[in-house]
Design a protein around this ligand. Sequence first.
Ligand code: OFO
Length: 173
Amino acid sequence: MLSKKIEAALNGQVAVEASSSQAYLAMASWAENQGLSGTAAFLYRHSDEERMHMLKLVKFINERGGKAVIPALKQPGTNFKSITDIFQALLHHETKVTQEINGVVDTCLKEKDYTTHNFMQWYVGEQIEEEALARTLIDKLNLIGNDKGGLYLFDRDLQGMTGMASGKGGANA
Ligand code: OFO
């Protein structure tokens, strides 16, 4: 049985994951309208993964005797200057998500809820991968600069790349 504090912390994280999914959906749509179909495909997948992160929390809360709260969402940012701008915003967003996850983990330790602490470790691991991948993509974009050919190849590479979770966690974990 979840304590009220843990239930509230997990529901807070439900809202964070839902707004991440929404934010990446807006980025995917922007990329699609720019003709960056590989980037769009990558971001659509990433948005789906964030939704799965949210669902995983919803199910855990309900299974543990709590009540998951499905939140209302604010409209995400839609004005991006460039593809680099997108990935910088994504990294910035993920860094904030990591802080939120660390906050939940901290609450688990304070409440001595080791079951939820264990459950949250999956999210801790996921964040390491997501931040690392976002940094790698930003580094590549910085190397490419304004080279159109490089950008074309970058976009094509993203087409086949599985989402931020590199296919090992994500939807089915
Ligand atoms: Fe990108 O993060 Fe979910 O957890």
